[in-house]
Design a protein. Structure first.
Length: 345
């Protein structure tokens, strides 16, 4: 069936999960249509973007002097406004072929964001072509909706969303966040911890991408049944030559212990702030994990051991936030209470 003429002119509604590591776009009626790394490669000489998304990510640590790969978001907030706006415009154009389309837009923000940081997100979206007002939804709420939790019920639902830049923990009841904790420690800090550990223990310099690969392959938050070993390659800081070292999952677990403990503490602090009735609900329903960090080996077992509560992983943890904000678009009236419009001044 063809779209109504006004939808074609105004543009399809979209929800954007503007993440530190990846940007996902959900288009109403079509689902998640774009999943790209939040990276832009820029030519320093004229400030022109050379590549955006996956192509730009492949360039990290491999560019000549005049090209630099920039990640415009850090710790869940905009770090480089101009580059972020260009990246958003590029992604919106990838999804929307029509030049003059001004789609209605819902954007996810961390729950611990300041007013100034929120305004920057709204301005970037408006400048990139969104229709005013831009709607804002807090990430833990979007993640809970996307994970299929009954957020409108008068019962406690606990969500732990471990992303690239922030970890969001929230207890939701009756369509609102009752207790929450937002810490700027997540996947990026795990990468950094691995880089620092290998540098200190082996005098080996690792690139960002290699550290991420090591994290995916070897990192764990809880002792494994069988510890593994793998070779990692980098540059020897003493000789300056390429070098290969063998590391174990045990060593990498030790390397990431500090950021993992901070994530676990955020969950404990939120539980401590939760009213007893809702805490009892969570005891029965369990804690639901979403985000890329939910894929970390042993994080489920670690949280269960530390909290004494059952922990579950959402079906598609990487897409929970995007799908949740998209469902708010699909059922706008039902979820009107959880999204806030920007000031359209």
């Amino acid at each position: 069936m063809s779209e109504p003429w006004f939808t074609s002119v105004i543009g399809r509604d979209m929800a954007i999960d503007l993440g530190t590591a990846n940007t996902l776009i959900y288009v109403r009626g079509r689902g998640v249509v774009l999943d790209e790394p939040s990276v832009v490669a820029v030519n320093v000489r004229d400030g022109r973007p050379v590549a955006v998304g996956a192509e730009a990510k492949r360039m990290i640590g491999r560019t000549p002097g005049h090209i630099t790969a920039i990640r415009p978001l850090k710790d869940g907030v905009i770090n480089n406004f101009d580059i972020c706006e260009r990246m958003l415009r590029y992604f919106i154009q990838q999804v929307h072929q029509r030049r003059f389309a001004k789609p209605r837009m819902v954007i996810c923000v961390p729950s611990g964001i300041t007013g100034v940081e929120q305004r920057a997100v709204q301005d970037a979206a408006e400048n990139a072509g969104a229709r005013k007002p831009v709607f804002i939804i807090e990430e833990p709420m979007a993640a809970a909706i996307g994970a299929g939790l009954p957020v409108h019920e008068p019962a406690g639902n606990m969500i732990v969303d471990i992303g690239g830049g922030t970890t969001e923990v929230a207890v939701i009841s009756l369509g609102g966040i009752v207790a929450s904790e937002s810490v700027r420690i997540a996947g990026d800090e795990l990468d950094e911890a691995i880089m620092n550990y290998v540098k200190k223990e082996y005098s080996l310099a690792l690139g960002e991408r290699t550290a991420e690969e090591v994290k995916i392959a070897l990192a764990s938050a809880y002792p494994l049944v069988e510890e593994l070993y793998a070779e990692i390659r980098g540059r020897d800081l003493v000789t300056g030559l390429p070098k290969t070292v063998t590391v174990s999952t045990e060593e990498i677990r030790e390397a990431i212990e500090e950021p993992v403990s901070a994530i676990v503490d955020a969950v404990k602090v939120t539980l401590d702030k939760t009213p007893p009735e809702l805490a009892a609900d969570i005891m029965g329903r369990g804690i639901v994990m979403t985000g890329g960090g939910a894929l970390l080996h042993g994080i489920k077992e670690r949280l269960e051991a530390e909290t004494g509560m059952p922990v579950y992983q959402a079906d598609e943890p990487l897409y929970s936030v995007a799908v949740g904000s998209g469902l708010c678009l699909e059922h706008f009236d039902a979820f009107k209470s959880v999204i806030t419009p920007s000031r359209s001044d």
